[in-house]
Design a binder for this molecule. Structure first.
Ligand code: ADP
Ligand code: MG
Ligand code: ZN
Length: 480
């Protein structure tokens, strides 16, 4: 862990998010993931000579909505540029991107830290095209190029160097991913590469105003790997500094198996890419009416929804954060509340039992075997005092494994809570008569034995005695 007291870690993240358009950004080819190699290409994305790009405005709208969602400035005039480099997965020999004038400037993303909320600046969001993929498997001594991904629209979201620990970087990525998922502009899948992150890391002695020399880390295909790579790299920089050696600015690859970073290439400068304005695309000019219309389409975003859950439903900041981390989970939770009535116990059941089981089974909320309506009715039964929390867990297991209707399961299995004080009193009398020694000890001051009596009665009633009523009756009787 990079927590050398004398040094501060400085991190800035560059995220590439594939936008969920149906077709590519400058041609009509499909963007569907997983198709057979080179089946989704045409002369435009394969960069045949003489072809002309035509901008897909669905991608522009997605970038604008993302900019609005992070409180960014939407630039009514932005430009496309060519970034020139050679690589086999880039048939044109240049990437169309935005350089000097991006579509979005400034914005911010709010994260939680142990010392309170913190706003992380977003420098810019620009649009660009994705490259293809080089494949190195399947034929000895050769590589393949798959151009299906070439021309898929990307947003690059660049943060300010405002992050101060790997944990903050992790929170930032989770929040940004939640936002693009709420907006449905990106599926946020790091493993499949539709949401990719490069991390820039440097360290400086605490109290120093200027930043240290940074390294850029690549090949980070999960939030966990981003955090581990940052910790490793920060330690490396601190060790170098302690040994009086300079950090060399470079791009490094994370090796997840060995848990180290290794040098990949020296840092290229902007002039190495010979950026120049893209001659085949006019500047992108947006009128305010379009921006306003898109602003009106924004859903309630994670921060706002979390605040509402805290205010309207009196949930803790932690629970509200967990429940709003994904839009589908928040929707599910709100349906449970609508049926169950009590938000607090609905939150306990969703964050506890339901998320626990989903986690164990490796399932997403959208694949939950228990519907929100069924869980809502189950929680409702507890609220009405019809069943105890313990019995509810049994019913939940049945719902999870076999499905069904909570009321019917409770009725069929005879699980209804016994709230008839006569019936409970009879059991209490029986248990007290059967355990005279314990009764004497209790009356002699060993009040801890109350739990023993509760357990005995619960056992006799199959866990169905109403706990409040049982406690009350027991105490009355034991006082004699
Ligand atoms: P490039 O385009 O060469 O990658 P940028 O200036 O656009 O460089 O910066 C890229 C990222 O690096 C940004 O997220 C920025 O916040 C971050 N960054 C810049 N300087 C530092 C530094 N000294 N330490 C850590 N991160 C930095
Ligand atoms: Mg960079
Ligand atoms: Zn195409």
């Amino acid at each position: 862990m990079s927590s050398h007291p004398g040094y501060e870690v400085v991190i800035g993240l560059e995220v590439h998010a594939q936008m969920r358009t149906r077709s590519k950004v400058f041609c009509g080819c499909s963007t569907t993931f997983g198709a057979e190699a080179n089946t989704q290409i045409c002369p435009i994305c394969a960069a045949f000579p003489g072809v002309l790009p035509v901008l897909n405005h669905a991608a522009v709208d997605m970038a604008i909505r993302t900019g609005l969602a992070i409180g960014g400035t939407i630039n009514q005039r932005s430009e496309f540029s060519r970034k020139n480099y050679f690589y086999p997965d880039l048939p044109a020999g240049y990437q169309i991107t935005q350089y000097e004038l991006p579509i979005v400037s400034r914005g911010c993303i709010h994260i939680d830290t142990p010392s309170g909320p913190k706003a992380i600046g977003v420098t810019r969001i620009h649009m660009e095209v994705d490259a293809g993929k080089n494949l190195h498997e399947g034929i000895a001594g050769a590589s393949w190029v798959d151009l299906n991904r070439t021309g898929v629209p990307l947003m690059e979201i660049v943060s300010e160097p405002d992050l101060r620990s790997s944990a903050e970087a992790g929170e930032y990525l989770k929040k940004l991913r939640a936002i693009v998922r709420y907006l449905e502009v990106c599926d946020g899948n790091m493993e499949e590469g539709s949401f990719r992150c490069d991390a820039n890391v440097s360290v400086r002695p605490r109290g120093q105003a200027g930043f240290g020399i940074r390294c850029e880390l690549k090949n980070l295909n999960s939030i966990r790997n981003v955090m581990r790579a940052i910790d490793y790299e920060a330690d490396r920089h601190i060790d170098l500094a302690a040994a009086g050696q300079p950090v060399v600015q470079e791009t490094r690859l994370w090796d997840a198996d060995q848990e180290i970073t290794r040098s990949m290439r020296g840092k290229e400068d902007a002039h190495d890419y010979r950026y120049f304005p893209e001659p085949d695309l006019p500047p992108l000019v947006l009128d305010q009416a379009r921006i306003d219309a898109l602003a009106a389409t924004l859903p309630e975003l994670p921060d706002a929804r979390r605040a509402r859950f805290q205010e309207q439903m009196s949930l803790s900041p932690y629970d509200a954060g967990v429940l709003t981390a994904a839009r589908e989970l928040a929707d599910y939770f709100e349906q449970v509340v609508a049926v169950a009535g009590n938000p607090k116990s609905a939150a306990n059941w969703v964050t506890g039992e339901l998320l626990g089981q989903l986690n164990k089974a490796g399932l997403e909320i959208t694949a939950a075997p228990v519907s929100a309506a069924a869980l809502g009715r189950l929680v409702g039964l507890i609220e009405q005092g019809a069943i105890s929390g313990k019995i509810a867990k049994e019913v939940f297991t049945i719902l999870w494994t076999k499905g069904g209707d909570p009321e019917r399961i409770v009725a069929e299995k005879g699980l209804t809570q016994v709230s008839d004080s006569g019936a409970i009193e009879a059991e209490v009398n029986r248990v007290l008569a059967a355990n005279p020694e314990e009764v004497a000890q209790y009356r002699g001051g060993k009040v801890k034995l109350l739990g023993f009596f509760v357990g005995q009665v619960m056992k006799a009633t199959g866990g169905k005695a109403n706990p409040g009523l049982l406690n009350k009756l027991l105490k009355e009787k034991l006082q004699g």
